[in-house]
Design a protein around this ligand. Sequence first.
Ligand SMILES: *Cc1c(COP(=O)(O)O)cnc(C)c1O
Length: 392
Amino acid sequence: MYVKKPRLLTPGPTPLYPPAARAMAGADMHHRTGEFIEVYRSVIAGLRYFMGTENGIALFAASGTGAMEAAVSNLFSAGDKAIVCTAGKFGERWLRIAQAFGLDTVVIEKPYGESVKPEQVAQALAGNAGVQGVFIQATESSTGVSHDVEAIGKIVAATDAILVVDAITGLGTSVLEIDAWGLDVVIGGSQKAVMIPPGLAYCSVSEKALQRAAAASNPYFYFDLRKHIAAGVEGDSPWTPAASLILGLGEVLRFVREIGREKLIANAQLLARAARGAAQALGLELFVRDAIPAGAVTAIRPPAGIDSGEIVKRYKSDFAAIVANGQGSMKGRVFRYAHLGYFDFHDLFATVAELELILHDLGRPVEFGTGVRAAQAVYLAAQAADRTEAPR
Ligand SMILES: *Cc1c(COP(=O)(O)O)cnc(C)c1O
């Protein structure tokens, strides 16, 4: 009760990978030395492995939104027609960026908690001549929902349009076959599954998309995709790179190669499944409806009559744990647990046990252990599957 370890349980920023935190302390390295160039080159190669693509990679000193803006500024011209899929706060961000750059937007909007369906995208493409691009999230972090980017990718790939995917929380938490599914631009950010602080944005860009860059006329200077991609393979960056974050990212990408990128994804999905099971066992409703639940983050409705902010506050005051409240109009109506990056079952078991104590303290009937037991059942099933796969 008297010692409380601060813990970050939010879908960005996420807990730091300790070797990365230590590597970041060595940041008095000059970025134009051979030593750093080697690190930068391996980080670009490591990102390509982590993302699972042959496409070019651009790495920016910016939060994730910087790469979102780069996609719009580099690949489109004012007046271009674009379909924007939105079902949450981050979909709304796509719309605002597209509008800021003068795109002629066709909006497919779904209520919070639901996902945009592939057939809606097919219909919008068929009903609007000359669509140049489609914007979507792989995972809508504000609602805990994943969109079916596999099906949508295949639909868009058959047209002249390019598909631009904000996978800032989708990467490392869901399977994304970037090249096979035709995901032209896929965007990530450093404070999510790659376990380092905010400040880096990265994206992969297909040949189809790069061809658009030559003809596009929206203005940009700093966020130049082609310059960053070309420099990156040489271990170089057009402007001063965020050296400290890149040193940290190098450590994380080494770790991802060690365990395998598919294992990092499986880890997030397993924790997400356990979180959903625990919430439901405690009689709580998930926010996701008629959609694929995200591996990155689980959004849970509080019991009737309780503001989710109250649960968030108790986590902080009683356990020094930072849990995310809802964003925008979802504030007070949902609380969110993250599973992306450096999270494990130890984190989840504690998070659920604490929720039981918080609900009890808020005057709700709780049979202690109900949620924890549901999470343990997911763990046991995974352990059994693991042992069949690789007998010891
Ligand atoms: C975190 C996040 C972003 C990026 O936000 P920044 O504040 O710019 O890092 C964008 N999209 C999604 C889905 C996110 O989760």
